[in-house]
Ligand binder design. Structure first.
Ligand code: COA
Length: 185
């Protein structure tokens, strides 16, 4: 499905465009934003541009597996959120979200993640959503457990490769479509 635009109370989620690379670079290059992520390290803005162009091409492909959406606040890209789909038969996916450090603790990740869940369960009709979280990432754990109602399933050993190429354990959480507490439509 392309393009996807989701309207929220304070933020919108929309497809990335090539012109968003500087805004994206401003948060992906922040060491505090990336420290618990398994992202491929990007050397500079040029590398970020190339990655974004490849992400946009994937989004437009017929067999789209990654819904990477820009979090837009008052016309500015301030983060990203989305879902990576598993095999079609599994009807499952893995959710992700990131917000610029200047805007942490204002509820934006919660709002973005809830919008992604609504899109995932209602529009894509998935059966199960997972989240993987670095064991020290208290902020992300708070979002998935307290805000999204996901259940802890266990710790995967050395399942996440960090920026510095170290292997880290990763905590797995999940939510089934039937457990999802969605707002009335
Ligand atoms: C994780 C992240 C997206 C949270 O974003 P955010 O917009 O600050 O989250 P919210 O404001 O929606 O906060 C949700 C809850 O988490 C809590 N929280 C936020 N940061 C926290 C922290 N460092 N420690 C403990 N709880 C925290 C908030 O207090 C809030 O709960 P409350 O409403 O009961 O107070 C943000 O910290 C981030 O971008 N981190 C870097 C990228 C990342 O790790 N992404 C997740 C990968 S799995």
């Amino acid at each position: 499905m392309f393009p996807v635009t989701l309207k929220g109370d304070r933020i919108n989620l929309r497809e990335f465009e090539a012109a968003d690379s500087e805004a994206r670079w401003s948060y992906v290059s922040d060491p505090l934003v990336s420290r618990y992520q398994s992202w491929t390290p990007l050397a500079d803005l040029e590398a970020c541009k190339d990655m974004l162009l490849s992400d946009i091409a994937e989004a437009k492909s017929e067999d789209r597996r990654v819904y990477l959406l820009a979090v837009e606040l008052e016309g500015q890209v301030v983060g990203e959120a989305g879902i990576i789909l598993g095999s079609p038969r599994s009807a499952s996916g893995s959710i992700f979200f990131t917000v610029s450090r200047q805007l942490w603790r204002h509820g934006y990740a919660t709002e973005a993640a809830q919008m992604v869940l609504q899109f995932t369960f209602r529009t894509l009709g998935l059966h199960r959503v997972e989240a993987t979280v670095h064991p020290d990432n208290a902020a992300s754990r708070a979002v998935v457990t307290r805000k999204l109602g996901m259940q802890y399933e266990g710790r995967m050993r050395k399942a996440m490769r960090l920026f510095n190429d170290e292997w880290s354990d990763s905590d797995l959480f999940s939510l089934l479509q039937r457990e999802w507490q969605h707002p009335p439509s």
